[in-house]
Design a protein around this ligand. Structure first.
Ligand code: EPZ
Length: 420
């Protein structure tokens, strides 16, 4: 397994280009199962999670071609059983359930396991499928769906931790081929969900309309074909590089991004005392000397994103004063705290709340990557740290960040990737 060595103490300066969104591309790739037509999707990031999804689609019978960031998929003849040995590697594989059910009225996919950020139930996905008329069976670790037909329904998908992002997308993808109108209440409104639903997906919606208003997504019968779809910029990659600029930057600009998707993150950075300047597709961050601790709470979009929580913990660990970070979406999502403490951070964990007492400087140490965003947080913490930080199990980072080491080196960092 590869590891990376981060030589701390270098300051970052310059521009970094943001890639296409992993969390938008994954359901859009799954949605190609809805049609026999050829689909062309642009700005698909080169990530191991994307590779897993393309492998699953291929094993379901789709023809898949990839040339740099453009993916062409034609799912003319498909089977409806996703292979366990691949599905188990990526929880997001669950989003093939909706299109398989919508198109073939049957699906068999292994239940996703839990993961380090906490239990990952899919009860809300299954509730939505049942509301459309599907029979749901869980047997031998598989979810088995079957339906004579699917009929539009009014469904509330809000769970005790708020809306479900992949659940909203999954039920949408089944509902677009149902007879009649489906209204999803308590729908997730993350930009990735809107990207999946929007006609930008090239869905020529005849007698159909999709819009998300007040957390509700209206879907009517759908007959259509796909044109080229271009995936939205990855707002979490963008936020991660802004935090890199906050932690170790003189002046860092992220380009080809969508500032509108970053409001809560930009507000938090301004409150913490950083100067930001925006254009329609870029954000520049520069420290202005005053840095202030924060009280943050993660919330469903448009609130502060849970996927940026670990990165902000890394930043706040070296901010003077005491910050408090409350995680409401995945309450156990603090795998990064123990590793940050190995680097000298002073953090008290109490249930789903981290109290961070800023220290002057962290020190490099061998640390272990655990999940995608916790791993990115360790890279960020290592940038200003004294000495070298060795980050093991780097495959966690490669799931969601395309060449993060190269992009940071392009800004002036000194990061070596050591092939195992
Ligand atoms: C998506 O996961 C993202 N993944 C996650 O990003 C992100 O953290 C999460 O949304 C929240 O924003 C992808 O899009 C591939 P949820 P998802 O269903 O859809 C509970 C990353 O780092 N819940 O919105 O799986 C659940 O336990 C990843 O890129 C149920 O109770 O998350 C959680 O507490 C990590 N029942 C909350 O809802 C369900 O049926 C939100 O989960 C489904 C979810």
């Amino acid at each position: 397994m590869d590891k990376i060595l981060v030589h701390g103490g270098r300051s970052l300066e310059g521009d970094v280009r943001i890639g296409g969104s992993k969390n938008s591309a994954l359901p859009i790739l799954a949605a190609t199962l809805l049609t026999k037509e050829k689909c062309v999707i642009d700005r698909v990031p080169d990530l191991s999670d994307i590779h897993y999804m393309l492998t699953i689609l291929g094993r379901l019978g789709a023809e898949v071609e990839r040339a740099s960031g453009v993916v062409q998929i034609r799912a003319e003849k498909i089977i409806t059983e996703a292979p366990y040995e691949i599905v188990r590697k990526m929880r997001a594989s669950v989003c093939v359930l909706g299109p398989l059910l919508g198109r073939e009225k049957s699906a068999k996919v292994s239940l996703p396991g839990g993961c380090v950020i906490g239990d990952r139930p899919i009860d809300l996905h299954l509730k939505g499928f049942e509301a459309l008329g599907a029979k749901v069976t869980v047997k031998g670790g598989d979810i088995i769906l079957s339906a004579d037909k699917l009929t539009g329904a009014r469904i509330n998908l809000r769970g005790r931790h708020g809306p479900t992002v992949l659940g909203t997308g999954n039920v949408m993808m089944a509902a677009v081929l149902a007879e009649g109108t489906t209204v999803i209440e308590g729908a997730a409104e993350e930009p990735e969900v809107i990207d999946l639903a929007r006609d930008q997906m090239g869905l020529k919606l005849s007698a159909s309309q999709l819009h998300a208003a007040d957390g509700r997504v209206w879907l009517r019968e759908h007959r259509g074909e796909f044109d080229v779809v271009s995936v939205i910029p990855d707002r979490i990659e963008a936020g991660t590089f802004l935090v890199a600029g906050a932690i170790a930057g003189k002046r860092v600009t992220i380009t080809r991004t969508e500032p509108r998707h970053l409001e809560a993150v930009l507000t938090a950075l301004r409150t913490a005392g950083f100067d930001l300047s925006l254009t329609s597709d870029s954000v520049t961050i520069s420290p202005n000397g005053s840095r202030r601790p924060l009280h943050l709470e993660t919330l469903p979009y448009p609130g502060f994103p849970t996927d940026m929580q670990a990165q902000f913990c890394a930043m706040l660990a070296t901010m003077e004063g005491t910050s408090v970070v409350t995680e409401t979406v995945f309450p156990q999502r603090f795998m990064h705290v123990a590793e940050l403490k190995r680097m000298g951070a002073t953090i008290d964990l109490d249930d789903h709340r981290a109290t961070i007492h800023g220290v002057e400087r962290l020190s490099g140490a061998p640390v272990m990557a655990s999940d995608l965003r916790a791993s990115a947080a360790l890279v960020l913490a290592a940038l200003p740290a004294d000495g070298v930080t060795e980050i093991n199990r780097v495959y966690h980072i490669d799931r969601g960040y395309e060449a993060i080491d190269e992009k940071l080196n392009g800004l002036g960092a000194h990061i070596e990737r050591v092939k195992a």
